[in-house]
Design a protein around this ligand. Structure first.
Ligand code: 4NP
Length: 172
């Protein structure tokens, strides 16, 4: 497959807890990138710190497994300043995650400016649904307080939006 020169070589998926949406997105993105023949580092993290070191939520693991995605081995972590230096693209599951990431990115840029540090550009930030013709602009809704249907919707939306990003990197 021919890909655009601007295709990122590393993508970080971010939600609030890193136990429901973003670990699911990490595995779906990894599988879809592999199928498309894209060599890409894929990881996930949360903006919050409550679940650091935890496995994905049991409901997320069960629903993912039913769709062929094994997320049992993933371990939650919190997003860090280094992530903005180590990833080309950081994708937020919802608008609040995106706003929180933007604050963090701005503070890193300000710190670099005041210390006169020039680095390679910090990671580009975007909403996970940004390229998706079906769900573009929507949040991947937080399923934590939801039922089984909420977890199914997470998978449906993530499959769709991940595919849209990969399509956007193919040359026509
Ligand atoms: P996630 O879901 O952001 O998709 O991992 C959540 C997990 C935990 C909490 C909120 C959302 N929490 O409040 O602990």
């Amino acid at each position: 497959m021919l890909i655009k020169a601007s295709t990122p070589s590393s993508v970080l998926l971010v939600c609030l807890g890193n136990i429901c949406r973003s670990p699911t997105a990490e595995e779906i993105f990894r599988q879809q990138a592999a199928i498309a023949g894209l060599a890409m580092k894929v990881d996930s993290a949360g903006t919050g710190d409550w679940h650091i070191g935890h496995k994905p939520d049991e409901r997320a693991r069960r629903h993912a497994k039913a769709h062929g995605y094994n997320i049992n081995k993933l371990v939650a972590r919190q997003v860090s300043a280094d992530d903005f230096r180590n990833f080309d693209l950081i994708l937020a599951m919802d608008a609040q995650n995106l706003a929180d990431l933007q604050v963090l990115k701005d503070s890193i840029a300000d710190t670099n400016d005041s210390a006169n540090i020039t680095t390679k550009p910090l990671a580009k930030l975007a909403l996970f649904s940004e390229e998706d013709p079906t769900y573009g602009g929507d949040d991947v809704p937080d399923p934590y307080q939801g039922d089984g249907q909420a977890f199914e919707e997470v998978i449906e939306r993530i499959e769709s939006s991940a595919q849209a990003w990969i399509e956007s990197w193919k040359t026509v």
